[in-house]
Design a protein around this ligand. Structure first.
Ligand code: BES
Ligand code: MN
Ligand code: ZN
Length: 521
C-alpha cells in the first residue's frame, strides 16, 4: 500500500480526486472552515441525533456538491481531553471504524482530511497501521478467501510542506509497524503443518536476506549445535516430535559498534499438544498459535528493517513441537538446563518455560541492556486478564514503566503483575533444583517466577500474551500483538540511548541494588 501526503492548498479538499474522502472530525462543535455543503450535512446529522460526537461514530455521504470524491465518510474523533489532544484510544477507534467501513467498498484511492484539530504524527501513524490491519487477509491454505481489499493508496492532506514532511515520516513509521504486525499475524495463523520449526527458521532466513544491507544477520542452530551448547531443557521438549528443533538468532546492528543490545526472546512452540500430559481435545487446534511469541519477534524485526532505528537488537527463538511419543519427555523426568540448574518436569504441558529458560541463559552472553521475553505461556493469564491486556512481569520498575507506557502509546496494552518471592514456594522439588509447575493458584505468576530464576543477572521483563495473541471463535485468528508495543518500546529506547548511553554491566548492577534495597524496606 502506498502512503503519501498531499497539500491541496487553496483549492481545498473538494478538488482532491479519490474514490473516497475520509473526514476525521474532532468535536464537540464543528470546526470552522469546513466546506459549506459538508458543514450542513454533518450539522444536520448531529442535530437529528444520527451522528454522535463519539470516537468512531460515522456518517457516509455520497455525491456531496463540490467534491470530486464520490464518497465522503465523516468519522468522529470525539472530544479532545483536558490537554487539548485526542487520546490514543479514540484515535485508534476512529481509524479502525473508518477503515472497516472503507475496506468493504470499492475504494482503491483514499484521501484523508483531519478537521478541528491538527493532524498529529501519532494520528498519521495510527491511520497507516489501521489501513494495513484492515486489509490483511489470510490466504495461504484458503486461496478461495475473499480477495484482499482494494485499498492501494492513502493520501493524508496537509496544510503545508513542513507539516507534510512530518506526517509523511509518521505514515512511513505506521506502515513499517503495520507490516510487522501483518507478518506476525500471518505466521501465527499458519497451521502447524505449514509452520514447523524449520518453516519458522526459513522465514527468519528470508528476513535476513531482505535485511542484509540494513545490518541484519540471521543464524539458525540445528539439533547438533543445540546439543553442543547444552540446552538440555529445550531439547527435552523437542524429544517427542519428529520435527527437528531450531534455535533462531536474529542480530540487527543499527546502533553503534559495541553498544549493548536489547534482546527479544520469543516462545516458538509450533504446536502444543501438552506432550504426555496431553491436553483435552476441545480447542486443541488453537495450540498452533503457541508460536505467537516467536511470530511477534519476527514481526518486530520486519518493522526494524522498515524503520532502521539506530539500535542493536537481538532476537532469540527456541522453536519446536510439544508432542507425545515413545521418546517424549515424561512427568517426573529431570532435565539439566543450559544454566546447569536441574528441573523436575512435573507437567510436560508447562513446556514454554522449559524452552525459554535456556534461551534466557543464552541471552546473557550478549551482555544486553535489557531482555524481554514474549510467550503464550499460561492459560491462567487468560483467566486473569482476558484478551484486553497482556501480562507484564518485571522486577525492574523502570523497565516495567517503559513497557507499560509503550503499550499505552501503541494501544497494545499490558498490565503489571507481581513477582513476590513468596510465589516461589510451590516450585520446590525433592529431586531437582526446581520443579516446572506449582499449584493451580496464580499460575501466570509462578510461571514467571520460574523464568526469573534464569534471568537473575539480566534487566528482564516477561510478557504473557496467552490471552492477547489470538482470537478464538468465529473471528479465530492471530492479532499480531504485541508487535505494536515492542516496536514502540524499541523506538523509545533509541531516543533514550541517544540522550544517555549507558553500559550494560552498570545498569544490571544498579538494578540489583535497587531491588535489594526494596526487598529490605
Ligand atoms: N501454551 C500453553 C498456554 C495456553 C493455554 C495459552 C491456553 C493459551 C490458552 C502452555 O504451554 C500451557 O499449556 N500451560 C499450562 C501450564 C500448566 C500445566 C501449569 C496451562 O496454562 O494450563
Ligand atoms: Mn503447554
Ligand atoms: Zn505452550
Amino acid at each position: 500500500m502506498d502512503f503519501r501526503t498531499l497539500v491541496p492548498g487553496a483549492a481545498g479538499p473538494g478538488r482532491v480526486a479519490a474514490d473516497a474522502l475520509l473526514l476525521l472530525v474532532a468535536g464537540p462543535s464543528l470546526p470552522e472552515g469546513l466546506d459549506p455543503a459538508l458543514q450542513a450535512a454533518v450539522a444536520g446529522a448531529l442535530k437529528l441525533g444520527d451522528l454522535e460526537c463519539k470516537p468512531g461514530r460515522q456518517l457516509m455521504l455520497r455525491g456531496v456538491a463540490g467534491f470530486k470524491a464520490p464518497r465522503v465518510l465523516v468519522v468522529m474523533l470525539g472530544e479532545p481531553g483536558a490537554d487539548g489532544r485526542i487520546a490514543a484510544k479514540a484515535q485508534r477507534q476512529a481509524a479502525q471504524a473508518a477503515l472497516q467501513t472503507l475496506k468493504a467498498l470499492d475504494v482503491a484511492e483514499l484521501a484523508v482530511q483531519v478537521a478541528g484539530t491538527v493532524p498529529t504524527p501519532a494520528l498519521a501513524r495510527t491511520l497507516a497501521l489501521c489501513a494495513l490491519e484492515a486489509t490483511y487477509q489470510y490466504r495461504l491454505t484458503k486461496p478461495s478467501a475473499a480477495a484482499p481489499a482494494k485499498l492501494a493508496r492513502l493520501s493524508l492532506l496537509a496544510a503545508d510542506k513542513t507539516e507534510a514532511a512530518a506526517l509523511q515520516a509518521a505514515l512511513d513509521e505506521g506502515a513499517g509497524i503495520g507490516e510487522g504486525i501483518a507478518l506476525a499475524r500471518e505466521l501465527g495463523n499458519r497451521p502447524g503443518n505449514h509452520c514447523t520449526p524449520s518453516d519458522l527458521a526459513d522465514e527468519a532466513r528470508a528476513l535476513g536476506r531482505q535485511g542484509a544491507k540494513a545490518g541484519l544477520k540471521v543464524d539458525v542452530l540445528e539439533r547438533k549445535q543445540i546439543e553442543a551448547l547444552g540446552m538440555g531443557s529445550f531439547l527435552a521438549v523437542a524429544r517427542g516430535s519428529e520435527e527437528p528443533p531450531r534455535f533462531i538468532v536474529l542480530d540487527y546492528k543499527g546502533g553503534a559498534r559495541g553498544e549493548a543490545p536489547l534482546v527479544l526472546v520469543g516462545k516458538g512452540i509450533t504446536f502444543d499438544s501438552g506432550g504426555i500430559s496431553i491436553k483435552p481435545a476441545g480447542e486443541m487446534d488453537e495450540m498452533k498459535f503457541d508460536m505467537c511469541g516467536a511470530a511477534s519477534v519476527l514481526g518486530t524485526f520486519r518493522a526494524l528493517l522498515a524503520l532502521k532505528p539506530r539500535l542493536n537488537v537481538v532476537g532469540l527463538i527456541p522453536a519446536c513441537e510439544n508432542l507425545p511419543d515413545g521418546r517424549a519427555l515424561k512427568p517426573g523426568d529431570v532435565v539439566t538446563s543450559l544454566s546447569g540448574t536441574t528441573i523436575e518436569v512435573l507437567n510436560t504441558d508447562a513446556e514454554g518455560r522449559l524452552i525459554l529458560c535456556d534461551a534466557l541463559t543464552y541471552a546473557a552472553r550478549y551482555k544486553p541492556r535489557a531482555v524481554v521475553d514474549i510467550a503464550t505461556l499460561t492459560g491462567a493469564c487468560v483467566i486473569a486478564l482476558g484478551a484486553v491486556r497482556s501480562g507484564l512481569f518485571s522486577a525492574d520498575d523502570g523497565l516495567a514503566a517503559e513497557l507499560l507506557a509503550a503499550g499505552e502509546a501503541a494501544q497494545d496494552l499490558a498490565w503489571r503483575m507481581p513477582l513476590d518471592d513468596d510465589y516461589d514456594e510451590g516450585l520446590k522439588s525433592n529431586f531437582a533444583d526446581v520443579a516446572n509447575v506449582a499449584g493451580r493458584a496464580a499460575g501466570s505468576v509462578t510461571a514467571a517466577k520460574f523464568l526469573q530464576r534464569f534471568a537473575r543477572d539480566l534487566r528482564w521483563a516477561h510478557l504473557d500474551i496467552a490471552g492477547t495473541a489470538w482470537k478464538g471463535g468465529a473471528a479465530k485468528g492471530s492479532t499480531g500483538r504485541p508487535v505494536g508495543l515492542l516496536v514502540q518500546w524499541l523506538l523509545g529506547q533509541q531516543a533514550e540511548q541517544a540522550a544517555a548511553p549507558r553500559p550494560a554491566a552498570r545498569t544490571a548492577r544498579a538494578t540489583g541494588k535497587a531491588s535489594a534495597a526494596k526487598r529490605g524496606a
